[in-house]
Design a protein around this ligand. Structure first.
Ligand code: HEM
Length: 491
């Protein structure tokens, strides 16, 4: 009997070992052979190229921290500098060695790096397919929920009490969080979901450093457990919000159904909870409660930080380029004479150029990712290959934009409002591309215009002496130490 048990145990261990070896070694080696037409840095087992990535990133942050007390180099802010080399030093190095398309490895997972829009175009048809489409509700244009304007009030109070330097990033992030909470759930005072989502984002970033390495989760057991626990708490909070809304909608019946103008009501209607709507469209895909929670989380994650970063970088650029502050103030005065509404906001043309130029220089989403769902014949890319599109590299590529690529020149969008004169239609991708392009881009454009229209007529902005220019990647492209600006009230 003991022999049988020992035999079984050995068989189980052997099977586990074989599966591990297959997943960690045999399969990646086969993928590597299939991707051999692409060059790239030599991976090691089991880290792939992670060691090099970690070494060059920590060198960059170390040198940043050693410069803690250095005054921001105004020239660098104005010219933009080599942002790609700063935030993705390893990609910049590999790009000079292997060109704009190559393969690198995160653990045993291969990634096809792409910073060549022509190549991207050639494989787009294969990379776009997505079995799970987006609910229609995300595509509808929504009028902005304006928030309560707390940020402006706070800044006015602080400036009035003699405080001249404000960390605008902090205020802008809070304000954007408030707007998205209101637009999503009609919430105005429940900060818990946000705090937890932010904590989870920081934790995921820390525990994701060994992504792709077999069994790496075992090295971060505590962090993985904490992230899982936080995830459960967030789900529970969202579930509570959703269920309360469902109950309220049922109690209200048909009478006040349209009173809630937020995304959750639209999602619930799309999910088939609104029976009247559903009877008109029986073929509509119903969302389960689990899917509803997931959609809400995606909306939160995608919606608040990106917009806040676009606004924060804009305030910095405007502080460094006072001539554009003046131009926007004049435009606001001229266009918004008849009041602030969706139509008048749409006429803020120069503000649109400024937004696009900021999204070009400092794209809050620094990369777009895809996975090939099937074998892409033309380029011999096997199904399952991950693709990493380096948006920062394309937005800073002199071959696509010319020698003034690093300069802040919103006027490049005057003649070509969509592509800013980029030499390739797929070289400017702040919101991604194709069927998965950002669903919130119209909402962002509205929020951006409202915030600037309220802010610029009230304050003159200049860069504070303590600001240190250190963009970095923490999932998004963000300032390392906030953005300190001097605010002077305009009478
Ligand atoms: C400056 C602001 C924003 C930027 C730069 C941005 C950027 C992006 C990018 C690059 C993607 C991936 C697209 C792709 O894979 O091709 C994305 C997806 C998404 N964004 Fe945004 N976004 C912004 C604002 C927003 C807002 C305000 C919302 C919601 C209110 C939002 C919701 C989403 C959602 C739900 C997705 C996922 C779509 C999917 O997976 O199919 N985004 N965004």
């Amino acid at each position: 009997m003991a022999e049988v048990i020992a035999g079984c145990a050995i068989a189980v261990v052997a099977i586990l070992l074989c599966s591990f070896l297959y997943a960690a070694w045999v399969a990646p080696a086969a993928t590597r052979r299939r991707l051999r037409r692409f060059e790239g840095p030599r991976p090691s087992f089991p880290l792939g190229n992670l060691a090099e990535i970690a070494a060059s990133s920590s060198w960059y942050h170390h040198s940043n921290n050693n410069n803690k007390n250095t005054r921001a180099d105004a020239g660098e802010i104005i010219s933009g500098g080599d942002i790609h080399g700063r935030v993705f030093p390893y990609f910049a190095r590999w790009r000079s060695a292997f060109g704009k398309v190559f393969v690198y490895w995160l653990g045993t997972e291969p990634f096809l790096y792409v910073a060549d829009p022509e190549f991207l175009k050639s494989i787009t048809a294969g990379a776009l397919g997505k079995s799970w489409g987006k609910p229609d509700v995300f595509r509808r244009d929504r009028m902005l929920m304006f928030g309560r304007g707390l940020m402006l009030k706070e800044w006015s109070d602080e400036v009035a009490s003699g405080e001249k330097v404000i960390d605008v990033e902090r205020g802008v992030v809070r304000n954007a969080a408030e707007i998205i909470a209101q637009a999503t759930f009609g919430l105005t005072d429940d900060a818990r979901v946000f705090q937890k989502l932010q904590a989870m984002q920081a934790m995921l970033f820390q525990s994701n450093r060994l992504v792709g390495v077999p069994m790496a989760r075992l090295l971060h057991l505590r962090k993985s457990y904490e992230a899982w626990k936080l995830g459960r708490e967030i789900d529970a909070l969202l579930l509570h919000i959703i269920q309360s809304r469902q109950q309220r909608m049922q109690l209200q019946g048909n009478k006040n159904k349209r009173n809630n103008n937020d995304l959750l009501s639209l999602l619930l209607a799309a999910a088939g909870n609104d029976h009247e709507d559903d009877s008109n469209n029986k073929s509509k895909k119903k969302l389960t409660t689990r899917e509803l929670v997931d959609e809400c989380k995606t909306f939160f994650f995608g919606g608040h930080e990106t917009t806040a970063l676009a606004l924060s970088w804009t305030l910095l650029m405007l502080a460094a380029h006072p001539e554009w502050q003046t131009a926007l103030r004049e435009e606001i005065q001229e266009v918004l004479e008849d009041g602030l509404n969706a139509a008048s906001l749409g006429r803020l043309t120069k503000m649109g150029w400024v937004m696009n130029e900021v999204l070009r220089l400092y794209p809050p989403s620094p990369n777009v990712q895809r996975q090939a769902l099937r074998h892409i014949d033309d380029q011999q890319i096997p199904a399952g290959t991950n693709m990493w599109v380096d948006v920062v590299a394309m937005h800073h590529d002199p071959d696509l934009w010319g020698d003034d690529v690093n300069d802040f020149r919103p006027e490049r969008f005057a003649k070509d409002p969509v592509h800013g004169g980029c030499r390739h239609r797929m070289g400017f991708l702040p919101f991604g591309f194709g069927g998965r392009i950002c669903v919130g881009r119209n909402l962002t454009a509205m929020e951006y215009r409202v915030v600037l229209s309220m802010l610029l007529p009230r304050f003159h902005l200049s860069v504070a002496p303590q600001y240190r220019h250190a963009p970095r990647i923490m999932l998004s492209l963000r300032p390392s130490n906030g953005i300190q600006l001097q605010l002077t009230p305009i009478n």
